[in-house]
Every structure is written in C-alpha cells, then in structure tokens.
Design a protein around this ligand. Sequence first.
Ligand SMILES: NC(=O)c1ccc[n+]([C@@H]2O[C@H](COP(=O)([O-])OP(=O)(O)OC[C@H]3O[C@@H](n4cnc5c(N)ncnc54)[C@H](OP(=O)(O)O)[C@@H]3O)[C@@H](O)[C@H]2O)c1
Length: 298
Amino acid sequence: MILITGATGFIGKRVLQKISEKNLTVRCIVRKTASHASFENPCIIHMIGDVLDYESVLRATEGIDTVYYFIHMMGPQNEQERFDVLDRRAVINMVKACKVNGVKRIIHLTGMSNPEEKLSHHLASRKEVEEIITSSGIDYTIFRASVIIGRGGAAFDILDAAVRKLPVIPVPDWGKTQVQPVFIGDVIRYLVECLDKKETINKCYDIGCCDVFTYKELMQEYAKELGLKRIFVPFPGSWQRLSAYILEKLAPVNSNVVYWLIESLHNNMLAEPNDLDRIFGFEPLSFGESVRKIKDET
Ligand SMILES: NC(=O)c1ccc[n+]([C@@H]2O[C@H](COP(=O)([O-])OP(=O)(O)OC[C@H]3O[C@@H](n4cnc5c(N)ncnc54)[C@H](OP(=O)(O)O)[C@@H]3O)[C@@H](O)[C@H]2O)c1
C-alpha cells in the first residue's frame, strides 16, 4: 500500500489523483476532514493525523510499502518554533516510523539548490529534509524542482499575480538570479511513473525544462505569453520585506510562504544533467508550452 502525505497540497493532491487512477490502494494522512471530504473512491483511505505527532505517523505507516513525502510547514506559523524546526521534527518522525514498520521506499519532491551557494532558510531546510531521508537507510527517490508552472503552486501564483497586477514591475537584485522552471504535469509524471522504475531507487534528480531564465526574464516571458505590456524598473537592493509585503497582498498565497520564498529568490536553481529523458521517455515541456497548457485548463 502507498501512503501520501501532504495529500491536500498542490503536489500531493495531483499525485493522489493519478495514483488512484491506477487502482492502487492509497492511504493519506491529513490534518482535517473538510479538505478531502469530496473523495469517495474506495481505494483511498483517509486517516486523520499530524506528521508532528509520532504516534499518528506510526499508525499511518503500518502496512505501507512506499511513502510519498510532500510536507512543508512554511505556511501559518507556530508562535514558538520556525518552520525549519517543525519540518525537521516531522521528517525525523517519518523516517523513524518507516523503519519500525518496514517501509521500503520514500519518494520526495524538494527544492533545487546549488551546494556552493549560501542557501536561504527555506532551501537550507529543504536540503536538510532531503538529507534526513537519503541518510535514513530506507530506499528513496528524490526529485528537486525550482518554480513549478501550475495553478495553486506558491511560486507560480506569486509570479502570476505580480505580472498580471503590476503594470510597472520593480526588479530588485534577485532579478538576475537564474532559474529553470518545470511544468506541473511533468513533475507529476516523474513522481507517479518512478514507482515502477527500479533504476530511480536511491537517486536524486534535478528536474527542469529546456529554458533557463533570470527571474526578470521569467516575468518578461510570462508577460509576453499573456500578451501584457509590462515595464520593468531596476530597484537595487534586496527588499525582502517590501517585496513580500506587496506580493502577499496580490497573490493568493500565505504571507509566511511569500516571505520565505522571496528570500530564496537569491539562490540560483539550475538542473544538473541527468538521464531522466532516457528513463522516462519524455522531455519536460518548455516554459512557453507549459504556460499555454495552463491557459487551456482555465
Ligand atoms: N510548489 C512548488 O512550486 C514547489 C517547487 C519545488 C518543490 N516543491 C516541494 O513539493 C513539496 C510539496 O509542496 P506543495 O507545493 O505541494 O506544498 P503545499 O501545497 O503547501 O502542501 C503542503 C502539504 O503539507 C501538509 N502539511 C503541513 N503540515 C502538516 C502536518 N503537520 N501534518 C500533516 N500534513 C501537513 C499540508 O496539509 P494541510 O492542508 O493540512 O495544511 C499540505 O497538504 C514540498 O516538499 C516542496 O518543497 C514545491
């Protein structure tokens, strides 16, 4: 049986949908009932629990072969502890419970980063979670992405809001940082299809499309795809607080998530070469194709 964590999230709910189409039995650990109440598929079992609570993670991993780990806690903040402390505790609970229950494999999606750069709090935390999984002794498959092009993804929703709502776009220093986006449909294909691809076991893969942009170019390309004329004005400095303040008002994204993602805009996110095209038999869509696909969906 498969366990999906984060099944109410941007990635988890799409993976759940695809896996359930394969008629595999899936258990999901979710914090509240309301967000998943619409599912009536008998192959999907919802278990109420919290990954910060070891006992519920232990129950959720009983009889499980593969865990999909799609948790992050940058959202509504706990007063006492920052997201990185919580994310560490959650993944430690998960690997400990997986070992007790003999789980064979953990499949995880995380953020891409350059090991030679000083990482933002968000990316350092993502790296730490990844390392806790890869050093656990449990088999794993890890995919690392930068901006995922899909509605409901925090990074994409911020890009979308900035470009649609600001006729004049200030570009702080992070406008020069490089990024390699990837289409949500391609991310979900990798995550679901790797289940049957033994050669992906104990491997980490960076996933990105053929296009590499600076963040300024990304906004310019997106404006072009939407047919919008936008003026980009250099705005020297970092402006994390001010950028977050403006963007959290414009985008449908939790304000803490916006704040931590803005800090990550200083880290380049470029994919290391790999053999995914050969293993999976497809190449990710270009940025333009991804945007057009999303436009078709709406
Ligand atoms: N979105 C992107 O563009 C992107 C890019 C690169 C990598 N990733 C990676 O993809 C993974 C999933 O991200 P996402 O975009 O799907 O995030 P998301 O939409 O914010 O979903 C996060 C999920 O975690 C769950 N969660 C948080 N705290 C929990 C807890 N204590 N117990 C149980 N569940 C808890 C949330 O459940 P609730 O509904 O209860 O809050 C939600 O289902 C992360 O590892 C992220 O780093 C995402």
